[in-house]
Design a protein around this ligand. Structure first.
Ligand code: MG
Length: 304
């Protein structure tokens, strides 16, 4: 009988994956039991996961650690099916969450076999390895050819929503929305899987979208450094980043001041100058008001 031995994080991931197929009753000492594709999957508190049934071997075999991704604290393995990098996948990623000025941008992209080769040929890779000019040029090329959905939340909208919604919840809802719209767009084609560049635990993610009318839960995988596991996430990241830069540029032009990215001291200084020139409310149209930069800038502005 095929079994896996998993750590707590992996168990959580498996539980989220099989969530739509969970059984109501579970054996003693188990965390969950699911029935999927004619296989009963039972996870125990010990970390053992049992696969039983006709396709048990196949179901268990699809789970294998394809890479080990170093995080700040420890090496955490990402559990994705064998050959995942060649699957037809919707990948989604967001940009702008850590930057005071500018929007919050989410993009979902679909790459099938042919588009995967094409994207690779175009030079799609981790956007952190590409400079802004290259990202903008590449995004333009990608947008002409591949199916995508791009959501750009301007600061004004962000600030209107944020007091009653955490940034995590906002991101989760945007990802769900972008993926849902893209699934509709590519119909009748169905992706093999959906990969979200992980920004919170799967459990938290699904909790954040639980009130959405349409929740995309099937075949959803999460991975930190998602762009290294499927090119669709890398492409999504490139398109999102280019749009985010474009919006920052537009906002800069509107206010006649170059708005820096990030959330450091430079940002505080620019924000303080803007307060002195236009009053503090101007920041609500340009920046993420709830960041601590607002307080710092208000203090700086008082002393100018
Ligand atoms: Mg990301």
């Amino acid at each position: 009988m095929p079994t896996l031995q998993c750590d707590a994080q992996t168990l959580d991931m498996l539980q989220q994956f099989y969530k739509p197929h969970l059984k109501e009753t579970t054996p003693a000492h188990s965390i969950f039991s699911a029935s999927y594709n004619g296989v009963t999957i039972t996870a125990y508190k010990s970390g053992k996961v049992l696969f039983q049934g006709k396709n048990a071997e196949k179901e268990a075999n699809q789970w294998q650690s394809i890479s080990t991704v170093p995080t700040e604290k420890k090496n955490s393995s990402v559990l994705l099916p064998k050959g995942f990098e060649n699957w037809a996948v919707i990948g989604s990623d967001e940009v702008g969450t850590g930057s005071y000025f500018g929007s919050l941008t989410v993009c979902a992209v679909f790459l099938d076999d042919a588009l995967l080769s094409w994207a690779k040929h175009q030079g799609v890779k981790d956007s952190k390895q590409l400079n802004d000019d290259k990202i903008i040029a590449l995004a333009k090329t990608l947008r002409e050819r591949i199916p995508y959905v791009l959501l750009d939340v301007l600061p004004e909208k962000y600030n209107a929503v944020q007091p009653t919604m955490s940034q995590g919840e906002m991101k989760a809802k945007l990802h769900n929305d972008a993926i849902r719209k893209l699934l509709h767009k590519i119909k009748p084609i169905e992706p093999d899987a959906i990969l979200i560049d992980q920004f919170e635990l799967p459990k938290t993610y699904f909790n954040h979208i639980k009130d959405q009318a349409l929740q995309i839960k099937e075949r959803v995988y999460f991975a930190t450094k998602g762009e290294s596991h499927h090119l669709s996430v890398a492409a999504a990241s490139i398109i999102a980043r280019a749009k985010w830069l474009e919006t920052l540029q537009t906002l800069s032009e509107t206010i006649g001041t170059t708005l820096p990215s990030g959330a450091g001291d430079t940002v505080d200084a620019v924000a303080a100058k803007l307060i002195a020139q236009h009053g503090q409310d101007v920041l609500k149209k340009l920046a993420k008001w709830h960041f601590s930069n607002t307080k710092k800038a208000l203090k700086l502005a008082q002393h100018q």
